[in-house]
Design a protein around this ligand. Sequence first.
Ligand code: PLP
Length: 286
Amino acid sequence: MTRTVYVNGEYLPENEAKVSIFDRGFLFADAVYEVTSVLDGKLIDFEGHAVRLERSLNELDMPSPCTKDELLEIHRKLVELNGIEEGLVYLQVSRGSDGDRDFVFPSADTPPSLVLFTQNKPGLADSPAAKKGAKIISIEDIRWGRRDIKTVQLLYPSMGKMMAKKAGCDDAWLIEDGHVTEGTSNNAYYVKNGKIVTRPLSNDILHGITRAAVLRLAEEAQMEIEERLFTIDEAKEADEAFTTSASAFVMPVVEIDGVALGDGTPGPIAKRLREIYLEESRKKAV
Ligand code: PLP
C-alpha cells in the first residue's frame, strides 16, 4: 500500500514526495529527528518527543518548522490517513537548502525542511523479539561528542547493527573510555541484586524519552536505581539487562559478548518494566 507522507506543508503519496538534492540533511547530515510510537492508534509520549525536538533544534540554531500543536496535528493526521494501529511516526527537520552546497549555514531565514512518514508495525507491543530477548555485542563508541542532540548522523550506529548481525546477534552496546555509553539506538541498563544501573545523562548519550518514563515508573514501583558509569564486564556479570527506546519500549537483553545473563532468558525486572511501561503509556497516549 502506498503511504501518505508529509513534506513541507503537503500530504502526498510517498512516491510523489520530494526534497531538494541540496537539502543540508542530505549533504551534511544537518538534520534532527524524532521517532514516536503508536499504540491503539494513539501517540505515545508525544509531549516528550516534541520537547526534545525543540531542544535539538535550539542546540543547532535551527529554526522550528512549526508549533507543537501543528506537529501534533500532522502526526495525528498521518496516523489516521495511513490507518496505523501499531507502528511509528518518523519526523525529520533539516536546515533546508538555499540551492547550493556550502559548509557555511544558509541565512537564518532559510526555511527548514520538515518531513514525516509512518511505519506500520502490527505486533509492536506483543513482540516475539521481546519475549526472546536480545543478544548484544560490545563495540568501541566512535561517534561525535554531542550524542544528546538527536541528529541523523546514524552511519556508525547503523554499522554497529551490521557488526552485531554478522556476529549472529541483535544489537551492539557502545564503549567509551572503558564504560558503556548506550546501545546503537537505545539506552542501556543492567540489573544486579535487584538494583538497576544505567549511565547518567550527559552529552555522551541521548536523553531517551523512554528512559525518563521507565526510570520514573521503576522508582514508583520502589525499584532501586543507580545512575553511574559502568563497564561491560559488570554488565556481563549481571542478573539481567535491558534497553529502552521509543520503537522497542523495554527490550530484555539475554546475552552480552557471548555470555548468557542469568538463565539466558528475559529477566523479571525487564519483563515487569515492559509491562508497566506499556500499560502506563497506553493510558496517557494521545
Ligand atoms: N540512544 C540512542 C543512540 C538512540 O538512537 C535512541 C533512540 O533512537 C535512544 C537512545 C532511545 O531514545 P528514545 O527512548 O527517546 O527513543
